[in-house]
Design a protein around this ligand. Structure first.
Ligand SMILES: [Zn+2]
Length: 216
């Protein structure tokens, strides 16, 4: 692939595979070593841009950025940080859809490393098991804390819920603003991107509409 093609994949945000492209040795290095090394490289980037790293306000930035990458905004790359989700018996025999809407979503575009900010709405129809509501938020946040493309984020959340809840009856809708579109490039400040994945009963028009009605 030539650079022009590679550039346009990034600018058009064309998604690749559903799995985050990670190397096999992605977690052989421990977090502290990663932070140290990223800090050193980030310092170099700032230096190249001509910033004075002796300035009191800038001095701590390389370490701060590195720590934020590993411990916060990209912590979802590491499976060790995956939320531990306990399932409960569906005691009430609740058989309707459960919708968790307006889940705050902060991610970062993998093509520009700038924020994607939005909301996720997730729904499932309980099979035998249910989860604590806050766990749905945690699953969304775990996958959001990776360099992402919105389509992949959507698919990863849906796949995780299907597997975890042992049901196909899962729906995920994400509505988000991409800062790489609003603050740079074409500088469109009003557009947002909506992605959706509907599985099982949510592929039926009536169920899909019921879900979408709740999310309004
Ligand atoms: Zn981008």
């Amino acid at each position: 692939m030539d650079w022009e093609q590679i550039e346009s994949i990034g600018d058009e945000h064309i998604p690749g595979s559903a799995d985050t492209p990670l190397r096999d040795d992605a977690f052989e290095m421990d977090d502290n070593t990663k932070i140290e090394q990223i800090a050193a490289h980030f310092k170099e980037i700032m230096h190249i841009m001509g910033l004075d790293l002796n300035d009191d306000s800038l001095k701590g930035t390389p370490h701060r950025v590195a720590k934020m990458y590993i411990k916060e905004i990209f912590s979802g790359l590491n499976p060790a940080n995956k939320p531990d989700v306990k399932l409960f018996e569906n005691k009430y025999q609740y058989k309707e859809m459960l919708v968790e809407k307006d889940i705050e979503l902060y991610s970062n575009c993998e093509h520009h490393f700038v924020p994607i900010i939005g909301k996720a709405h997730v729904a499932y129809v309980p099979n035998g098991k249910v989860v604590g509501l806050s766990k749905l938020n945690r699953i969304v946040q775990y996958y959001a804390k990776r360099p992402q493309v919105q389509e992949r984020l959507n698919i990863q959340i849906a796949n995780e819920l299907k597997q975890l809840l042992e049901t196909e009856d899962v729906a995920v809708v994400i509505e988000a603003t991409h800062l790489c579109v609003s603050s740079r490039g074409i500088k469109d400040t009003s557009s947002s991107t909506v992605t959706a994945s509907y599985h099982g009963v949510f592929q039926q028009e009536a169920k899909k509409n019921e879900f979408l009605n709740y999310t309004k």
